[in-house]
Write a protein that binds this ligand. Structure first.
Ligand SMILES: *[C@@H]1O[C@H](CO)[C@@H](O)[C@H](O)[C@H]1NC(C)=O
Length: 263
């Protein structure tokens, strides 16, 4: 086992050294590059871009200008670019996105609801631009010092070089804290990880009521039909419709709460 590992390790190094020495290139064709935003025209220097989930909108960070912009597909050099957050100067100001100030953000991440989390490197804090356009500080806000303290997020400290990533499967932010050589985790609020939770919940409860109603009707029909069945077969058996009621929520992939609702 150990021999296998060390020999594959040496093979790996041989391959790396071989590639470094030979400088081998493998050119894969079939791709094309197009300039779709020209910062000279719009006065923005793109540093990081992310697509807003479930829309054609994009958020562009101009780190040197400490400002966020929005634009949308289809992109062209004539695309309209709007200032979204940050006022074009660096500083530290929460509140309405249009008047807020950031200090050379290193990057940002967007959750399922469209809230933007900003690695505000220059201020050593993590800021949130809510989907309604309001800026708050969610981590590091108390001391704003450089450090690596964990704990309640406002008491935490970060290095002066970090980046953040949203992990939808775990509903959390991961902070790749370069300066500290650490990965830090911040769990987010559950409601921010549900895709447009409001409309989904509405549909969901309507759907449940629909199932409950059809089930009730099914039972009513079952009762109405049961004398028939008894007379026909001569023995009493539970009406078939009753059986359907138990089966239907599972067939459509209902959860245990649907079953509770139906009982
Ligand atoms: C966090 O900071 C506040 C304000 O300075 C302080 O009162 C509190 O004790 C701190 N909590 C922890 C866990 O460090």
């Amino acid at each position: 086992m150990a021999l296998g590992f060390s020999s594959s390790l040496s093979l790996f190094f041989v391959l790396v050294v071989f590639n470094l020495v030979s400088g081998k290139k493998v050119l894969e064709d079939g791709y094309e590059v197009t300039t779709v935003v020209d910062g000279h025209k719009s006065g923005l220097n793109p540093y990081t871009i992310h697509a807003l989930p479930g829309s054609s909108n994009l958020i562009v960070l101009d780190s040197s200008g400490s400002t966020f912009y929005t634009t949308s597909f289809p992109l062209s050099v004539d695309s309209v670019i709007n200032r979204f957050a940050g006022d074009g100067t660096s500083g530290y100001l929460d509140g309405k996105a249009g008047n807020s100030k950031f200090n050379k953000p290193r990057g940002f991440a967007i959750d399922a609801k469209g809230n933007v989390y900003v690695a505000d490197k220059g201020n050593n804090v993590i800021r949130k631009i809510s989907s309604s356009g309001y800026v708050t500080t969610i981590a590091g806000g108390i001391s704003k010092d450089i450090g690596h303290r964990d704990g309640p997020a406002q008491n935490a400290t970060f290095s002066n070089d970090f980046e953040i990533t949203f992990v939808p499967q775990r509903c959390c932010l991961l902070v790749s804290d370069h300066g500290n050589e650490m990965v830090r985790q911040i769990n987010l609020k559950e409601e921010d990880c549900l895709k447009s939770s409001h409309s989904n919940l509405g549909t969901y409860s309507l759907w449940s009521i629909g199932i409950a109603l059809s089930c009730f009707l099914g039972v009513a029909i079952g009762f109405a039909a049961s004398p028939y069945i008894i007379r026909h077969t001569g023995r009493s058996q539970p009406p078939l419709v009753h059986h359907d009621m138990e089966a239907s929520p599972n067939q459509i992939g209902g959860t245990s709460s649907d079953l509770l609702l139906l009982r």
